[in-house]
Design a protein around this ligand. Sequence first.
Ligand code: PLP
Length: 499
Amino acid sequence: MVDYNSLIFEISRQGRVGASLPEGDVPKVALEEKLPKHLIRDIPAELPQVSELQLVRHYTALSRKNHGIDTGFYPLGSCTMKYNPKINEDIARLEGFSRIHPYQSEETVQGALQLMYELQEDLAVITGMDAVTLQPSAGAQGEWTGLMMVKAYFAEKGEKRTKVLVPDSAHGTNPASATVAGFQTITIPSNENGLVDLTELKKHVDRETAALMLTNPNTLGLFEKEIREIAAIVHDVGGLLYYDGANANAILGKTTPGIMGFDIVHLNLHKTFTTPHGGGGPGAGPVGVKTKLIPFLPVPRIEKAGDKLTLNDNHPLSIGRVKGYYGNFGILVRAYTYIRTMGHEGLRHVSESAVLHANYLQKKLVPYFDSPYSEICKHEFVLSGSKQKKLGVRTLDMAKRLLDFGYHPPTIYFPLNVEECLMIEPTETESKETLDAFAEAMIQIAKEVEENPDIVLNAPNTTSIGRLDEVQAARKPIVRYKKGIEQPLSVKVGGIDCS
Ligand SMILES: *Cc1c(COP(=O)(O)O)cnc(C)c1O
């Protein structure tokens, strides 16, 4: 059922007011003297004219259309959509954290600097690295920061290295970051077990190799058991190992990238460390490095000088600043709060539960879907919709059908080396009942594909709009109020083109 009422966007009526502003105290003549004439409006801005109540209802209605971790299960593989504990918000809102300004003098923000310093130390322990920068504001920016350090490291040694090796199961940001940092990306095919193919790796590694970027467990949810050997192959030619930490939820307190042999690591605090996630940010992608890369870390670095903390710009080999001010501070406060509330044992338990949940769900679903890698997984696993595709229903259709059950679909069509891929990451914060209910929904969909495929092909059936024209929505979004526009986006509603 399409709820057409929800699509009537224009609620403005001439003369309706929802706010009262004080009279301006800038004299009009002064304004005209100060501003060039062509910058002064002749006609008032065409803002929507609505009452306060209408405005409240409008935004409340929009917020309720949104799916978030606080409204339902969100098994988006590789993204670790786990619960964000509300205590994080309480702490981030403390005045000493929320009302400080980046231009304040160091003496007045010692508490904030101490929090950042301690978070750096915690993350260094968690990753097995020797030093950490908190500046990058996303995983992708962390990757780029890490690779710029790789570049500076080899420049300092006087070595010309142009290649970055990336497995074919890697996240798209890996080759993208390598390219932006000025390297040539070489793709390493996986073997039939979904792991790095050592023969292929050896074929491509040489003295021009700057780094190998690896996610472990990889995006298939499989642990690279030969990681020590992989590290040796790259180190033997003088190359470095970069750890994409997006899957750190599987290894907390169990092992570290440092033990595995990595030299550089990024973490996604908005994934593993429960800071808000989805809708595009803000995030944080701290980067940890081994001792030999410390001189290249971004500045300013937070350092101890006696019993004071200080921001030090004086590191001549640094790649410089990678973010305005000192990183997304509010996100850092939330991650710090999470780490301190969990403690070492708590974090280890997170990974144990995340891995248990993924294996539980995998076992329940494997009889109904193709499963190219169905051995024991880490915190996520992939299924393939190729069996259903033969019956004319694609993974995209099944993902849309899941919306009717109130679930956010898993990641689909990624990693690229699995046909009709569904990548499922339940996380440790979900209950057994939720996992069972989700499995029931997936099993029902698999049965529908065989018995009544139309219901899947026409899904979603219960949401207020049907399938979006995602290309148009991304390329030509209407994000600004324009008087008289009835449609927020060019959309296909239940098969009817409403553009
Ligand atoms: C999410 C993710 C990234 C990119 O991280 P952002 O914080 O979204 O920039 C990189 N690699 C993997 C495996 C990821 O899942």
